[in-house]
Design a protein around this ligand. Sequence first.
Ligand SMILES: Cc1cc2nc3c(=O)[nH]c(=O)nc-3n(C[C@H](O)[C@H](O)[C@H](O)COP(=O)(O)OP(=O)(O)OC[C@H]3O[C@@H](n4cnc5c(N)ncnc54)[C@H](O)[C@@H]3O)c2cc1C
Length: 469
Amino acid sequence: MWDVLVIGGGNAALCAALMAREAGASVLLLEAAPKARRGGNSQHTRNLRCMHDAPQDVLVDSYPEEEYWQDLLKVTGGITNEALARLVIRASSTCRPWMRRHGVHFQPPLSGALHVARTNAFFMGGGKALVNAYYRSAENLGVEIRYETRVDAIELDGSRFMAARSGAHRFEARTCVLAAGGFESNREWLREAWGRNERGEWPADNFLIRGTRFNTGVLLKHMIEAGADAIGDPSQSHCVAIDARAPLYDGGICTRIDCVSLGVVVNREAERFYDEGEDFWPKRYAIWGRLVAQQPDQIAYSIIDAKAIGRFMPPVFPGTVADTLPELARKLGLPEQSFVKSVTDYNAACRIGTFDHTALDDCRTEGLIPPKTHWARPIDTAPFYGYALRPGITFTYLGLKVDEHAAVHFGGEPSDNLFVAGEMMAGNVLGKGYTAGVGMSIGTAFGRIAGTRAARAAAQAKGVQHEAA
Ligand SMILES: Cc1cc2nc3c(=O)[nH]c(=O)nc-3n(C[C@H](O)[C@H](O)[C@H](O)COP(=O)(O)OP(=O)(O)OC[C@H]3O[C@@H](n4cnc5c(N)ncnc54)[C@H](O)[C@@H]3O)c2cc1C
């Protein structure tokens, strides 16, 4: 029998497996994906948000606990668990030496990244390199890994884990860590969660999935039905406005459209619908998918002019280009008159101060609804560019309720041998909203806790068995 069974093959699962193995446990990791596609959404990541009180290798200045917490409090609108959030924040300041020991290297952000040189440590080679390094280290340490093994069900004795089932296979272990992601790739479940809107549309039918196709939430659903305590609203997620031409799955980072705060965004009727300059883009990009999802036909258009070029990470597909605003409207299939009116109304409302995209500057609109509160400059310099946007789901927030030991709860009581980490419990910290890099902070903190606790519980269980023998 294995000491620790880890279900999932992304960052949270790998952190748990490594910690459990380092603590002396025998570990089996089951990954639903084939080897070539291993690593879940974690393979698409670029960085993790780190608290630090002074400059640290790739991180400049400082990012104290209180500021990190206030950022999280603001984006979640208070729908967060302070004790668990602070635990994640503190863990983010100490995890990088451990990550380095397992082969993860860091680098400063390149230009065009989202104002994050101070707050986020970037992985050298991105999330794919991180995941590969962790797998390599896990294999070297003797973690056994099985690919193409999707776990469908867990056998429980009350709140105790007994075994996991994958088709006809049954895996027994003393303890288990669930780290199988959210349900973002389950289109039926997304449809159910979002329902039908007042226009009779099923918004989720127009969503694209930014990451892996393997996070179907089979295990999450199974655990909730088995009586595990759940947390979070199924319609809440990290949802970004991405290029409407992105593939259904695995478009990754290069389909994100990062020029929203440099221009205006209009819907199918060519009307603006939200403040594009409300706050720094890393604190706002994850609400734009939801905003687009609320528009007719779940589509919107990010409009910029030549002045914005070079100030944001260019997406993989070039935008639609035109020399005049009416021509851009025609090319994008938008009503020409309304489009020109929306842009000229916006241009006339701009009160230009000192434009500074690295600060919450004083370029704002006056008398315009909705306002643009920062970086408002007239869209008046040809060529003009437009990008059609669709909601891109990154990960869902419905998850299993945990305590600071990462234990799964049943009727308010913690299981003593079943733990959960990563997207499957991120909703404890993220009730809504997002701030860049916190997904990996949550997965790393709770993955490491879950692995340590699982190893400890397995050692205790073995002790009990020895005594009984
Ligand atoms: C394009 C993109 C960019 C992102 N960029 C960042 C970033 O820069 N910084 C950041 O902090 N966050 C980022 N995120 C979010 C981040 O990916 C997640 O927060 C984090 O990776 C979650 O880790 P995880 O291990 O919980 O899930 P995942 O990495 O998704 O791993 C889940 C694993 O479970 C496996 N699995 C699923 N179901 C089963 C099953 N039934 N049985 C067995 N295995 C199963 C999957 O195959 C997968 O390996 C990004 C996400 C995307 C999609």
